[in-house]
Write a protein that binds this ligand. Structure first.
Ligand code: FAD
Ligand code: SF4
Length: 473
């Protein structure tokens, strides 16, 4: 009980600041066992309630403590098909670990690290835990989008014996897991191993398939018994200030996709980014995306990287670990500032004007609203600016199906419990329903939809969708 939380091994900050290798190095078997023995084995484990998909944490941790990692993996797999990913990127401090009773002592059980350990052990040992279907049902389901919501939905449906095809617009499956979250937080080989597992179970992936362009939803509905839409929230928001069209201004989406997925850091890349070596980079925003963009710039050799956020550190939505890592790697933070314009020479960015802010009353999000401080304006030199202030719903597919009910935020309107949309046989989940959220919430939504697709396949009599029943997201 008196043991302190076992710290994750990490790559040295100076070395990792110029390397795309994974920062966290995982637990050894001894560390995992030691950490697992810190569990108090609560009669009513609050951590399970804190996990959006209800992983039976108490059970799996007990198996780790007794050294039966395979049994631990079987417990996790019941609720979470992508544990190596969740163990790395879930905001555990707000979920399972936030609910752990040890949080009162300031050192909650390292549930995410343990989950990662178990998942990595199973992969490294080449063990296969999920069996494919023994029988096929002859039913067909199309999944649009290969992010965590689509993958989770596909994983459940394939195990029931249905024919499942995932249609993905990009050339590689994984959604934000591959084009957004950088290699140093989530190695691509981890994502591809999870996807290979789904392929082995029989899930088919059709890449470069843009539903709404190369395929229509009507075609998918004609060829399948049900369709799940998990196209994410990949439409970047902009600051809407003068100078955003200057050369040197990127959305975080574009910047990260070019570097992560299209390998822009290689001289031979067809989709290069501007050379940031020894340049001054500013990043607007305070979420995980801002941290990822800043830390990626640092790894590309930038001279000075600065995160500019209009509130204070306390209000930053980024995971605490990411902020700590960013700081250790030399990223600078300027709080309570908001850009009012970007300026340049001959169409190329050279700097920006910053308005200083102060915090007022809380807004709808519960965070204190920033207000400009009269007359407190300054300028800052910059060669590259990356806008990471959030994303909206991907509009491409939706623009081709006006009959699909949506919310005033442009997301798809669904019945929250079932993922049912206003179109019979069409289900939706993940960021396209909630707006930008988290991997595990997207997975949970994919699994809920998979369960109601099962019901639909048994009894496809849901002919009308009552808009009154559709809960706004
Ligand atoms: P996505 O992952 O966005 O996948 C949607 C897929 O659909 C994409 O592959 C897209 O190409 C495809 N698609 C779109 N339109 C079409 C079409 N018309 N036809 C076919 N395919 C289409 N969450 C965490 O929990 N932890 C983190 O640390 C974290 N870090 C993040 C860092 C970044 C940079 C970003 C951008 C997000 C991060 N998130 C994080 C959020 C998390 O990644 C998302 O909430 C999650 O990926 C949403 O999953 P999804 O399945 O809804 O959509
Ligand atoms: Fe915690 Fe995420 Fe694992 Fe659930 S899936 S136990 S929230 S790390």
């Amino acid at each position: 009980m008196k043991l302190d939380r076992v710290a994750m091994r990490e790559r040295d900050a100076t070395e990792r600041a110029r390397s795309f290798s994974e920062v966290n190095l995982g637990f050894t078997a001894e560390m995992a066992k030691l950490e697992a023995t810190r569990c108090l084995e609560c009669a009513r484990p609050k951590c399970v309630e804190g996990c959006p998909v209800g992983v039976h944490i108490d059970e799996f941790v007990g198996h780790v403590a007794s050294g039966d990692i395979e049994a631990a993996a079987r417990v996790i797999q019941r609720d979470n098909l992508l544990p190596a990913i969740c163990g790395r990127v879930c905001p555990q401090e707000n979920q399972c670990e936030g609910a752990c009773v040890l949080v009162k002592k300031g050192r909650p059980l390292a549930i995410g690290h343990l989950e990662r350990y178990v998942a990595d052990y199973i992969r490294d040992e080449g063990l296969r835990l999920v069996a494919g279907p023994t029988d096929t049902t002859g039913r067909r389901v199309a999944i649009v989008g290969s992010g965590p919501s689509g993958l989770a939905c596909a994983g459940d449906l394939i195990q029931s014996g249905h024919t499942v095809t995932v249609y993905e617009a990009l050339h590689e499956p994984g959604g934000v897991l591959v084009y957004g979250i950088p290699e140093f937080r989530l190695p691509k080989e981890i994502v591809s191993a999870e996807i290979a597992g789904l392929e082995e179970l029989g899930v088919r992936f059709e890449m470069n398939a843009i539903v709404g362009r190369t395929h229509t939803l009507t075609e998918l509905l004609a060829e399948n018994d049900a369709v799940f839409i998990g196209v994410g929230a990949g439409l970047p928001r902009f600051l809407d200030i003068p100078g955003e069209n200057l050369i040197g201004v990127y959305s975080a989406n574009e910047f990260l996709t070019r570097v992560n997925l299209m390998k822009a850091y290689l001289a031979t890349s067809d989709t290069p980014v501007l050379d940031v070596r020894d340049r001054r980079v500013v990043v607007f925003g305070g979420g995980n995306t801002a941290m990822d963009a800043a830390r990626t710039s640092q790894r590309l050799g930038a001279g000075d990287v600065r995160i500019l956020y209009r509130r204070t550190e306390q209000e930053m939505p980024a995971r605490r670990e990411e902020v700590r890592h960013a700081r250790e790697e030399g990223i600078n933070f300027d709080f309570l500032v908001s850009p009012t314009d970007l300026f340049g020479t001959d169409g190329v960015l050279t700097g920006l004007t910053l308005q200083e802010m102060e915090l007022g009353e809380p807004d709808d999000s519960g965070r204190r609203r920033p207000h400009p401080v009269a007359g407190a304006i300054r300028t800052l030199d910059a060669d590259l600016a990356i806008v990471a202030i959030g994303n909206g719903a991907n509009p491409l597919l939706l623009s081709t199906v006006p009959e699909l009910e949506r919310t005033r935020w442009g997301t798809i309107a669904v019945d929250e419990a079932t993922g049912r949309t206003s179109m019979p046989g069409v289900f939706a989940g993940g960021d396209i329903v909630t707006g930008g959220a988290t991997v595990i919430l997207a997975m949970g939504a994919g699994r809920r939809s998979a369960a109601s697709i099962e019901d639909w396949l048994q009894d496809p009599t849901w002919e009308t969708a009552d808009p009154e029943e559709i809960a706004p997201a």
